[in-house]
Write a protein that binds this ligand. Structure first.
Ligand SMILES: Cc1cc2nc3c(=O)[nH]c(=O)nc-3n(C[C@H](O)[C@H](O)[C@H](O)COP(=O)(O)OP(=O)(O)OC[C@H]3O[C@@H](n4cnc5c(N)ncnc54)[C@H](O)[C@@H]3O)c2cc1C
Length: 396
């Protein structure tokens, strides 16, 4: 693997950096990260999404026939790295990173024409209706039912942990269309308009008090037949079609790098017991260890992208390395949050918005948020199962 960027890639990275550095000067006072909870952050997300749409950067990896530029996986990685480093919003993860690749792989022409342009222009927000109260890691056990009735399906059931459903106009979801079939074979993939009668959302507050999750109830929700992606009862296989998208977990690593840099600066500027924190052996040891871990994480992400670019997304090295990236990146985020809170001491517990909150209260918030990092998108245990079974070929 060659770690050097080509001059063209360097230039592209610079272009991304210039854009985000300039635009992030408009960040609202409480930051831009909590787009689901904070209205100012949400408006800022929509503003940046519009800008990215104008530049054609949301759809860069798509085929030219659908308005994309067929950008390489490595170029996507550069974009995601720079965006995450600047803590920029503007990409609807569910719509851009999950649904669009699925539609490109398995959607029919009408579905592509209806949904891809608004995603590319940053105009729509999607949510993901996968998990249910008794179906998370074991997703194929989901119970929400879709029953065919003429030109419609009637959906009944409950989804949970649905991130951003209260902001979304559309939901992609899995529902059971044939309970007689073996578990994976009786599921279908639907696109559901969130304004459909019969959908009820109930907020679920996260540990840090923010509203990101929802419970989503379906009570006789009518979904037109043409909103099914792929064939009936083949939804499980449709849902696996997001593989050709960059899956390097670079966002975790780039965000960790930025947070660590700011923590190091704080330690250089802040004295405790008459000495800068940066001269205290325990602090130095924590910061050096994390610096090594961030660099390892960045190298791991580049390796995943490199393997994917070589066309290995569907064969084991890339898939297993992607799981390693998810485990490593999410757990790195946790180690950093815990170490940062330890270094900041009691002030580290002060919330954003207070003049006493060091580093804008970022560690106060991330200490609580980071608990969920190794659950969302597949838990660390499940990723480790894949690494053990497929990567190390250990017995089941
Ligand atoms: C931040 C965040 C955002 C999310 N957003 C969404 C969303 O938008 N839409 C959506 O549908 N869902 C979402 N989820 C839900 C997420 O997909 C599930 O939490 C996840 O799949 C785990 O399922 P579960 O919570 O039911 O835990 P369970 O599957 O019940 O697991 C409980 C524990 O048992 C372990 N475990 C389970 N099976 C095994 C096994 N075979 N081997 C070893 N250990 C095992 C798990 O690792 C975990 O530690 C989100 C979750 C989080 C934390």
């Amino acid at each position: 693997m060659d770690f050097r960027l080509t001059p063209e890639q360097e230039a592209l990275k610079k272009e991304f950096e210039n854009f985000f550095r300039e635009e992030m000067k408009r960040t609202p006072p409480l930051g831009a990260e909590n787009i689901y909870d904070n209205d100012e952050a949400w408006d800022f997300h929509c503003y940046i999404a519009g800008k990215l749409g104008e530049k054609g950067w949301i759809s860069r990896p798509w085929p030219k026939a659908y308005g994309g530029q067929e950008a390489s996986i490595l170029e996507q990685l550069l974009f995601s790295q720079v965006k995450a480093y600047h803590r920029a919003p503007g990409i609807d993860i569910q719509g851009v990173c999950m649904l669009a690749p699925t539609l490109l792989a398995s959607g029919n022409e009408e579905q592509k024409q209806q949904h891809l342009p608004p995603i590319a222009h940053g105009e729509t927000m999607w949510c993901q209706g996968w998990s249910e109260p008794n179906a998370g890691s074991d997703l194929a056990s989901l119970k929400t039912r879709a029953v065919r009735n003429g030109d419609y399906y009637i959906i009944n059931g409950q989804k949970t942990w649905t991130s951003g459903a209260h902001r979304a106009q559309w939901c992609f979801m899995l529902a059971r269309t044939d309970p007689e079939q073996p578990r994976h074979r009786g599921l279908s993939f639907f696109l559901v308009d969130m304004s459909s009668p019969g959908i009820e959302l109930r907020p679920v507050k996260a540990l840090n008090g923010t509203h990101m999750f929802n419970e989503m109830y379906f009570d006789d929700v009518k979904v037109p037949r043409e909103n099914m992606v792929g064939e009936e009862n083949r939804g499980w296989y449709v849902s696996l079609m997001t593989m050709n998208f960059e899956r390097s977990s670079i966002g975790f690593m780039a965000e960790a790098k930025r947070n660590l840099e700011e923590l190091v600066e704080y330690c250089k500027e802040t004295k405790r017991n008459g000495k800068p924190l940066s001269e205290q052996p325990l602090v130095r040891s924590l910061l050096s260890q994390l610096t090594i871990e961030v660099e390892v994480g960045l190298a791991l992400s580049y390796k995943v992208a490199w393997l994917q670019q070589k066309g290995e997304a569907f064969i084991m090295p890339a898939a297993v390395t992607a799981c390693s990236g998810k485990v490593y990146g999410s757990e790195l985020g946790q180690r950093l949050a815990y170490a940062g809170s330890r270094i900041l001491g009691l002030y580290g517990q002060v919330k954003a918005g207070s003049k006493w909150a060091p580093l804008k209260g970022r560690f106060e918030s991330s200490y609580q948020e980071c608990v969920s990092l190794n659950m969302g998108g597949g838990t660390s245990e499940i990723q480790r199962n894949v690494i053990a079974l497929r990567g190390l070929e250990l017995p089941r």
